[in-house]
Design a protein around this ligand. Structure first.
Ligand code: CO
Length: 460
């Protein structure tokens, strides 16, 4: 059977290249064409798309999902779900997780890809249970990273655990694009030999090696690969869908996508890409490969965040020093994979260690929470001297962090009953609080134009 393809052109592609600014209209301009291409699934939704909709695009993310569903009756729709963090940055109570899963499936999602930054599978449990309960396909993604503890055996053991937990498929999520071709071959071979789960590979072209890695993974028996239609492929995004459709043609791996559909959609999206190049949202730098991510083993997004943080402090001369500090911090913190929110946390700590000239003199609240066990279990033991220096003899929790959270949904629904019109609105508020309140207030109670003028006149 041929390789199955998940196209990320509506989610990870725009997230990697244009800060998730693709609008619903732009998506709908070619969604119905791609619906006929023969994909395994289209990836359409995730934390950044949701956030960008309400914070920048003034669009309701739930309406976007329903519109894509309507335009794509033949193709499965997939979303990315951060375990107990759902689409946000903190742990939510189990009732919010369940409700969010239920509403995502009701509004059009078929496949929920659930991951936890630390690969602490206790943080996946309630999302998995809810996905099964509401008859969705539950894919568990393991965050891929390199460290002395992140061996092939480590991933095989985790894969067997998530299989037992009820996952329908497994994804290796290489958000940094650091998985080397030969390592991919060994990893996929062992996963295929030791589980019955279909295996998907998600990586990024950032380091310039992704096509080679995918090819070796295909030879090792991977079932599904994530690619992006060419206008939003390569650079910090996934490799181009069309490239794999041509490269594997007439082999036993032939994905058999409809090339005419791909061409038609690519033509439309190329015009959209050109607009983002012209207005500067698409930085041409994001389109070239950057071998530094292989040298420092950090995701491309994190490199640009570090640059921004240092530029704001007028400390760009410290860039190399900070990049050397990142692996040190990561080791001391028990080798967390550098994926949201840990990538931001480790990056900020590394910047603070260098800027203040004293390591761990300043520590963000999130790192303190992490050391208290509030994000789950670190992959490797945490450096005890660092732990003592930062949190002293404080209690570190060893149970699942969400066990301490009380149900939140009913209370939120009551609190915002004058603002919300449906459970989806309550969920938007649960996850994005002030941003969602502002968005919904504007959506349901837009300030009339002359009132604004009157107000301006008043204060003027
Ligand atoms: Co990605």
């Amino acid at each position: 059977m041929g390789i199955k393809i998940v196209d990320t052109v509506f989610r990870d592609g725009p997230q990697s290249l244009i800060a998730t600014r693709m609008t619903t209209d732009e998506i709908l301009s070619c969604a119905s064409i791609l619906d006929k291409a023969g994909y395994h699934a289209l990836e359409v939704w995730g934390g950044a798309t949701f956030d960008s909709c309400i914070s920048f695009l003034n669009e309701d993310p739930w309406e976007r999902l329903r519109a894509i569903r309507k335009a794509c009756p033949n193709t499965k729709l997939q979303m990315l779900f951060r375990g107990q963090n759902i689409l946000g940055y903190r742990h939510y109570s189990d009732d919010i997780v369940e409700k969010f899963v239920q509403k995502s499936l009701e509004n059009g999602i078929d496949i929920i890809r659930v991951f936890d930054a630390l690969n602490d599978i206790r943080n996946l449990k309630s999302a998995v249970t809810a996905t099964k309960k509401y008859h969705g396909h539950c894919q568990i993604a393991l965050s891929y990273t390199t460290s002395p503890v992140h061996t092939v055996e480590y991933y095989v053991k985790l894969a067997q655990e998530v299989e037992k937990m009820g996952a329908d498929s497994l994804c290796i999520k290489d958000m940094a694009g650091v998985l080397l071709p030969d390592d991919a071959y060994k990893l996929i071979k062992q996963l295929k030999a030791n589980t019955k789960l279909p295996i998907e590979l998600h990586s990024h072209c950032t380091g310039g090696i992704c096509e080679m890695t995918y090819q070796k993974a295909i030879e090792a028996g991977v079932d599904i690969i994530d690619t992006a239609l060419s206008p939003f492929a390569n650079g910090t995004s996934q490799p181009a869908t069309e490239a794999f459709n041509y490269a594997l043609k007439n082999t036993k791996y032939d994905p058999k996508l409809n090339q005419d559909c791909l061409n038609q959609a690519a033509e439309i999206l190329t015009k959209i890409k050109d607009k983002y190049l012209a207005n500067g949202i698409l930085n041409p730098k994001a389109l070239s490969s950057n071998p530094n991510i292989l040298k420092y083993q950090v995701p491309g997004g994190m490199l640009s965040n570090l640059m921004n943080q240092l530029a704001k402090q007028g400390a760009m001369d410290k860039y190399e020093e900070v990049l050397k500090e990142v692996p040190r911090v990561r080791q001391e913190l028990g080798y967390p994979p550098l994926v949201t929110p840990l990538s931001q946390m480790v990056g900020t700590q590394a910047v603070m260690n260098i800027i203040t000239n004293e390591r761990y003199k300043m520590v963000p609240k999130e790192i303190k929470d992490y050391l208290h066990g509030l994000y789950g279990k670190a992959p490797a033991p945490i450096d005890q001297n660092i732990l003592k220096k930062i949190i002293g003899d404080d209690k570190v929790i060893t149970h699942r962090p969400a066990d301490d959270l009380k149900p939140e949904f009913a209370q939120l629904k009551e609190k915002y009953k004058d603002l919300v019109k449906c459970d989806e609105d309550v969920l938007s508020i649960a996850l994005f609080e002030q941003k969602a309140i502002k968005f919904l207030t504007e959506k349901y109670h837009p300030t009339p134009k002359d009132e604004v003028e009157e107000f301006n006149l008043y204060v003027g």
